[in-house]
Design a protein around this ligand. Sequence first.
Ligand code: NAD
Ligand code: DAU
Length: 337
Amino acid sequence: MKNILVTGGAGFIGSNFIHYMLAKHSGYSVINFDKLTYAGNLENLSAVKGVQRYRFVKGDICRKDEVLAAMRTYAVDTVVHFAAESHVDRSILGPAVFVETNVMGTNVLLDASREADIERFLHVSTDEVYGSLGATGYFTEQTPLHPNSPYSASKASSDLLVLAYQHTFGFPGVVTRCSNNYGPYQFPEKLIPLMIANALNDRPLPVYGDGLNVRDWLYVEDHCSALDTVLHRGAVGEVYNIGGHNEWKNIDIVKTVLKELGKPESLITFVKDRPGHDRRYAIDASRLQNELGWTPAHRFEEGIRKTVRWYLENRPWWERIISGEYTKYYDQQYSQR
Ligand code: NAD
Ligand code: DAU
């Protein structure tokens, strides 16, 4: 493993992963291949801009010519695939681009990877492919796929394509499924950064439904270390769940954020529920822990404090985002709720 193509490296997890890999593996080069959609932001990588082992290529995973050119120019031997449309609410407003990017784009990337003789392909997926849990139980790698949103259906399709390529062609693909991430550089359409930004601007905090839906939160750096582990030690053709046993009701997350910021709970506003809203996610990552020896390094109390501090210290980063095109999205998403 020498030259790693990271698709979607200008997004939230992708940019954290690039920082993590450059710092951890001094012998590796990283090529960030990103279309720079609304969610892609090269500011996330300004700290490594001049670094010799880091390259940025603006490109679309749906364009095989662009993907192959990048792979050949930089003698890519490994792919870590993050590029996707990632927001459930946007997939409800407009599913087509989710099918285009997440399904068709992954298919193009797989074909290009076969042609370029890639040695290892890590497909970054999500626990949402398993659907929704009741009050008890966990998703394991054996849980049947039951995606409920256009986003999760597109991710499940892409997972199955990777596994089918492995089965049919002996393609060196491996799949991970992680729970909800939080941390620096997360686009403020997602729960935690949206609540931080609104609270800091003394705007209402829109909690969907009764606020009792449960998500299982993992600090983004722990997701990166898990991906690094699977990349090096995971078995081809296998699926690894990633998570840290950290379930929270949405309302409690929102209250925690308010407490960290010293803002009043009166900012909380219950709004109309997300259509088809999955009730509970909780992931069993014991396979990754027992077989590959991974453990998360951050406790939630520490992770959320670091995250809140990052948004306080990087106000221009998110203020630029929420004052642009985002205002139209926000109106469309929240004004009728
Ligand atoms: P994000 O929306 O922050 O970033 C997505 C990135 O992909 C952006 O930089 C965007 O420009 C790029 N992109 C989109 N379409 C592209 C295309 N056609 N060609 C090239 N680049 C393109 O997403 P994220 O939250 O960082 O998630 C990254 C991956 O991790 C996704 O595959 C997502 O399904 C998965 N995942 C996310 C979470 C989470 O909590 N955020 C949890 C588990 C898995
Ligand atoms: O579980 C992994 C998934 O987590 C990833 O695959 C997705 O890419 C990522 O976006 C995330 O999906 P969620 O839908 O769980 O994340 P989101 O931050 O959008 O919402 C988290 C919870 O908070 C969910 O129950 C909906 C609720 N919510 C969200 C927003 C944006 C609110 O109550 N109000 C809001 O304004």
